[in-house]
Design a protein around this ligand. Sequence first.
Ligand SMILES: *[C@@H]1O[C@H](CO)[C@@H](O)[C@H](O)[C@H]1NC(C)=O
Ligand SMILES: *[C@@H]1O[C@H](CO)[C@@H](O)[C@H](O)[C@H]1NC(C)=O
Ligand SMILES: *[C@@H]1O[C@H](CO)[C@@H](O)[C@H](O)[C@H]1NC(C)=O
Ligand SMILES: *[C@@H]1O[C@H](CO)[C@@H](O)[C@H](O)[C@H]1NC(C)=O
Ligand SMILES: *[C@@H]1O[C@H](CO)[C@@H](O)[C@H](O)[C@H]1NC(C)=O
Length: 361
Amino acid sequence: MKTLLLAVLIGSVLSMMTIPLHPVHETPEEKAKFIKSLKYFRSGAGPTGIPLTFNYEYYGLVQIGTPPQNFQVVFDTGSGNLWVPSSSCYSVSCTLHNTYNHSKSSTYVADGKKIYIGYAAASVAGFLSKDTVTWAGIKIPNITFGEMTSFGGTYWTTKRFDGVLGMGWIAAEKIPPVYMTMYSLGLINAYNFAIYLVPGTGVGSAITLGGYNTSYSKNDWNYIPLLNTENWQIPIDQITIGGQKVPINGMKAWIDSGTPHLVGDNPIIAQFNKMMPTVFANCSNLASLPTVVITMHGVDYPLNSSNYVYTVVNDGITTCETGWIGNSGLDNFIVLGDLFIQVYYTLFDMGNKQIGFATRI
Ligand SMILES: *[C@@H]1O[C@H](CO)[C@@H](O)[C@H](O)[C@H]1NC(C)=O
Ligand SMILES: *[C@@H]1O[C@H](CO)[C@@H](O)[C@H](O)[C@H]1NC(C)=O
Ligand SMILES: *[C@@H]1O[C@H](CO)[C@@H](O)[C@H](O)[C@H]1NC(C)=O
Ligand SMILES: *[C@@H]1O[C@H](CO)[C@@H](O)[C@H](O)[C@H]1NC(C)=O
Ligand SMILES: *[C@@H]1O[C@H](CO)[C@@H](O)[C@H](O)[C@H]1NC(C)=O
């Protein structure tokens, strides 16, 4: 399936990064304390909010098994599978992360079918298992997920999150995405979810299931119909840089919470680079960089330089680099990743097959 391959190829987490990383692993005691510090918050009939943590990617808690085993996962709208590292894996990636031990779960059901997922930055492989997943305090029985045993490259060893929970429409091995199962079992009230990302420390970031939180935005919602029901893609009407039109032809946007940056096909990023000055690594020219305006469904979504420049603090030194990254695997579209969602609170509305944006506060 072409679209799936594409989704699996670039739709993710996991894009092409060149950013130096902070120390990401702590002692098991520190990790346990950190996991304990994460709390669910829920209101009776209203939407359910799950706090997110930021460390290059935004991630949050999901539990698998009975009694529950804890995992930190990226809620990735660019892919559809749930997976975590397996306790039957002894690679460096597995020793550095929480692993799932099915022998310790009374609700585990064996499957054993092999699974491989190739993301843009790195691949993972393992086998399928079934178990109860607890998410935001809600128990979802018999979820099929990947118990991963093989981690391509060094990408995963440097990441603080353990796995991925795909929030897209389709998944490898045609496994129904967790969110769809939750909805079909009547475990969420509204068939949508909203992602709120706070830049910088990430403190306060949250994913809301079954609705959105009115205190996260100006509630100036605009809705854009999806191009299809295979991924979170919407059409772009126009892009301008400093008021100058960028030549585009049928360009699409893929709204992907699993991609930290703004990733475009190589020709469009080459065009961007022609139309805007280079970002100085010492950050001294941010004020003179132009605003990029993306117009979708008749509404302008401006991104100023503070929005699209990626800042990295390493050993107390702040470095700036452009968030616009070219990739050869894309065909006439731009992945609007976390840098975009940090500016526009995003509602992923499966029920109405649309995406909503509101200005974040
Ligand atoms: C909505 O956000 C406010 C402010 O962060 C928070 O206090 C409240 O608990 C959130 N509500 C839900 C249902 O997540
Ligand atoms: C998995 O759990 C079983 C049962 O508690 C235990 O015997 C086994 O050592 C565990 N495996 C790993 C790799 O921790
Ligand atoms: C999960 O599926 C297995 C068979 O695949 C079945 O025996 C079991 O009852 C199911 N559990 C729940 C909670 O639905
Ligand atoms: C910042 O870097 C630019 C380009 O390398 C250089 O021209 C400029 O003098 C630097 N500014 C400061 C304040 O270091
Ligand atoms: C860019 O926009 C953000 C709001 O998204 C605002 O807080 C910030 O001050 C703006 N920065 C510049 C350089 O205009």
